[in-house]
Structures are given as C-alpha cells and as structure tokens.
Design a protein around this ligand. Sequence first.
Ligand code: SAM
Length: 244
Amino acid sequence: MFTHSMRRFFYDPVHETADCVLISGAEAHHLRAVLRMRLGETAELFDGSGRILSGQIEQISPDSVTFRILARRQEPESRSPLTLALAFLKGKKMDMVVQKATELGVHRFLPLVTRYCEPQGKDHQLLDRWQRIMLEACKQCGRPVPMQLSQPLPFQEVAWPADSRKIIAWENETTCSLAALGLEAGNPVVLLIGPEGGFHPTEVEHAKTCGFNTISLGPRILRAETAALTAVVLAQQAVGNLEP
Ligand code: SAM
C-alpha cells in the first residue's frame, strides 16, 4: 500500500473526514494541472504531523481534488533529534543546506547571526522561502514530518538545550573528531557550524562555556556548507538515524 514511488502531497487535516480528504490550493493545482493525475490514481498524503494517508482520487473539480482514504499510518518521531545551527551563509547556500538537511533528516534548522556574517534578507521572507524549499524536499524524499525552521537568532542569545550533546565544528581543533565523542542512539544532538569567515575566538570560547565540544572535520578547511552537511551525515550515522 505505501511505497517509495508514489506521488506525495500535503493536506490540511481540517479537510479530512473518516473516509475522504480534500486537497485544495497549490497542491490541488499541481496534482490536477501539472501532473495531470486522473480519477482512480493513488498518492500518499501528509499533514506534517507524521500521519500518512494512502488515497485514491475520487473526484476532481477546478480548485480541489478529493481522495478516498485507503489506509492510514503514523510515522514514529526520531528518537535522536538533530538540530543544525548554522551561521548565515551568502547567496543561495542557505537554500541548498535547507534542502539537503531536510533530506538528511535534520529535526530543526536554526539560522544564526555571528560576528562574521549577516542575514541575507528579512526574516519572514527567508523563512517563507525556506519553508517552501523544505516542504518540496519532504515531498521529494518521502519525509512525513517537516523539519522545524527556527527564527534566526544572534548566536549569543540562544538558550541551548541542556539535555543535548552539543558539538561545534572548528577548523582549529586538531585532535577530537565527531566519532571520538561516542554519540549513541537516543542522544539529541546540536551541531554548530560557522560562516564563510569562521567563528571569532570569543565565539568558540562562548560555545565551550555553553557546553559545546569542539570537533575537527579533517585536515582540510571545508566550505561552510560542505562542513554543515558533512557534520550532519556523521552525526546522523553515529546516532543511527541513517539506518534503513
Ligand atoms: N576561519 C576559516 C577562514 O576564514 O578561512 C574557515 C571557516 S570555514 C570556511 C566555515 C565553517 O566550516 C567553520 O566555521 C567551521 O564550523 C566549519 N569547518 C570547515 N572546515 C572544518 C574542519 N576541517 N573542521 C571543523 N570545522 C570545519
């Protein structure tokens, strides 16, 4: 019933009844006018909470599509939620990281303002754009629970969660790797990655006082977006979030 190849759409749970769900707006337009799906075709429907419906198109009207619900299931929450805290990067790099972080199962994305970076637009416009990119990525990769997008914050003002393993990638760390931290399944993790110009030494000190461990991502200086995605993969692997 549920397969990786089925088309996926988001729905608003207020439009769900015991038997049917109605899709409207941009999702209905995409389904009807772009993909030209027909009566009787099937798709998976997400509401963003982890609930997944399998449905069959029962009715198509100019501005909505009605699915008959064939099956329901609930995706379990990740046991080891990963937060990626990333200083603002220039151009379209944040967009790219948002997309890839969604695919890689990052739980929460927290954009930061640090000494050597600047926000690349107004918060609400950036968040709207990232929300669209993130939801598209969810549909494409079959992720039923969207990544949380946090409001951008100045680095010094973040209240870091006490119960998480906190890790800062720092190119001047010469000994400790992420693997050496011994992360385990069930550990919530926060990863902190600097901007193109890196962290100021006082920012690294501040992170340490907040309980962050510095790690190296190897002997080469990676671009910030490469560092972010490398650290995400290593952390997700370590806590078991990349298991089949
Ligand atoms: N400060 C440097 C500079 O201006 O040349 C490099 C900054 S680097 C391009 C951007 C961010 O990626 C860093 O702040 C760090 O978080 C991360 N990073 C890059 N290479 C790294 C490495 N080898 N080990 C750990 N972190 C790294």
